[in-house]
Design a protein around this ligand. Structure first.
Ligand code: ADP
Length: 491
């Protein structure tokens, strides 16, 4: 890896709850993987601190090296807890896994709040204690989502007079929906934080609850979120998840930096999952071959003239799936095929299974999490739907564009910042968009896409090539994070 060593050097610890390829449930896992690697190139010394979940695949567990262990008190439990540090180094990034079987032995990273609250109270403290233990004191500690939101608070309280207490902190909001809210006595018990942080300006929420994300936002030196539009949206009651006032109060330190995608992981020219690899100059012919291979794989009618719409998503209320299910009967016009890949709420899983039965050979519902199938859908589909109710950044539209698949998105959050609507008159744009959360508007956007596809293929192909050439890499975004680190550490 080429490091731009003429740039100023900074050390950064990433603290978060998931990271590809060890454990990933969504976009956070992608960011925790790709951003550190890009920062290494920008002359940062990066350590990523993660829980050592039992569900991390054995091949990575086998590569971890024992780095040390110590015992740490946790909150008001009166007990000393084991903290092991297991290390794995890859492409210049050091991964330190916090080991503790009591907290991290369940099958999934997230179980339920009763288990997750103590788990992440422990993890956040253990991460800071591990930095002190290893005597590796970063310039900046970059924390992610509610699971690591206690870190900025611990830094300025329990760890204030320890070496790591000198570090600056950044808290990034990937998704504000999950905040880590529980009653004050429980959070006090597991954190041991002093009474004065349980005030309305920090951890306290309502009469009796403590909100970990809210407290972290108050204590962090900077707050970032994953797109400029989402940074604005979360200051409104529609998107603020109850924290809009708090975020408006702290807006002076809030900024949006849009995510990128990792070009090593997402590269249609080398992607081993694809039937046929392709680049900008070969996309038009080879995309058809990928489409036929996808149709074959999923048992759809093999016909390259069909317009194939993909959707790759967690099947939850956030993702606009009620709109999708409402328009399917009108979308299925005999010339269109739909491919869904995702797991989640039973209601949506069942709806899509029903459609698969109702539109045999034209509708595929893959109710599963399958990375390599996701790659083949990005390559084989013509368009990809992302009609989210809210979308902090969204990665699927970026993956799609990079694979020459045109996104059809709702104009919210990062979708608005990354997909420029196609303009029929000038031919500009990257995809198809709609604004209000209404199924009629989604259908209208899908129909505009179909019209262009079936009546003006020359212009459609131009957009395909423009999307593939668009820079959606991490390079630009990573530079903005580096600038933020420099801004916080001027000496
Ligand atoms: P979120 O973080 O809200 O889930 P993002 O769009 O930010 O959504 O990131 C989703 C990531 O997870 C993308 O890389 C997407 O390809 C991947 N993904 C989502 N669902 C699946 C699935 N069922 N199988 C494989 N990959 C999936």
């Amino acid at each position: 890896m080429q490091v731009l060593s003429e740039l100023p050097r900074r050390s950064v610890a990433f603290i978060g709850s998931e990271c590809h390829p060890f454990v990933k449930t969504g976009g956070l896992g992608d960011v925790m993987y790709a951003l550190p690697r890009e920062l290494v190139r920008l002359n940062c010394d990066v350590r990523v601190i993660l829980p050592r979940y039992a569900c991390i695949p054995q091949k990575y567990q086998d590569k971890m090296v024992y780095r040390g262990e110590f015992y740490m008190d946790v909150g008001n439990t009166g007990r000393q807890y084991y903290v092991g540090i297991m290390e794995y180094i890859c492409d210049g990034v050091v991964y330190d896994f916090i080991d503790n079987q009591e907290f991290f032995s369940s099958g999934n990273p997230y179980v339920n709040l009763v288990d997750d609250i103590p788990k992440y109270c422990f993890f956040s403290k253990a991460a800071l204690a591990a930095l002190n233990f290893m005597n590796w004191i970063p310039d900046v500690i970059h924390c992610h989502d509610w699971q690591a939101a206690l870190v900025p608070i611990y830094l300025r309280t329990l760890f204030k007079n320890s070496p790591v207490g000198h570090a600056k902190s950044i808290l990034t909001i990937h998704n504000l929906r999950f905040q880590g809210i529980y009653n004050i006595p429980t959070i006090q018990y597991w954190t041991g934080l002093p009474n004065d942080v349980f005030n309305m300006g920090a951890l306290k929420q309502g009469w009796e609850d403590a909100n970990m994300f809210k407290g972290g936002l108050a204590y962090a030196d900077r707050i970032t979120t994953v797109s400029g539009t989402y940074a604005q949206e979360i200051q409104t009651s529609e998107y603020g998840e109850g924290l809009e006032g708090h975020l408006r109060y702290h807006s002076y330190k809030l900024r949006g930096i849009v995510n990128g995608i990792d070009y090593d992981m997402w590269n249609p020219e080398t992607d081993p999952a694809l039937a046929v690899n392709y680049g900008l100059s070969t996309v038009l012919e080879h995309k058809m071959e990928n489409k036929l291979a996808l149709q074959k794989e999923l048992g759809l009618e093999e016909n390259q003239d069909k317009f194939v719409i993909g959707l790759i998503s967690r099947l939850t209320n956030q993702k606009g799936l009620d709109l999708v299910s409402a328009v399917i009967p009108q979308v299925m016009d005999g010339n269109t095929q739909v491919v869904i890949l995702g797991t989640g709420d039973k209601e949506f899983e069942d709806t899509f299974r029903y459609y698969e039965g109702a539109y045999k050979g034209q509708f595929a519902a893959c109710i599963q999490y399958d990375e390599s199938r996701a790659h083949r859908i990005y390559a084989g589909a013509d368009a990809l739907l992302v009609p989210s109710r809210f979308e902090p950044c969204g990665l699927t539209q970026l993956n799609a564009m990079h694979y020459g698949t045109l996104p059809i998105v709702r104009e919210t959050g990062g979708l608005k910042d990354t997909v420029e609507p196609y303009n029929t008159f000038s031919g500009d744009g990257n995809g198809f968009t709609f604004d209000r959360y209404e199924s009629g508007l989604l259908l209208d956007a899908i129909n505009r896409a179909k019209t262009l596809y079936f009546t003006n293929r020359y212009h459609w192909d131009e957009v395909v090539q423009r999307d593939m050439a668009k820079d959606v890499s991490w390079e630009h975004s990573a530079k903005q994070y580096k600038d933020l680190y420099l801004e916080l550490t001027q000496w």
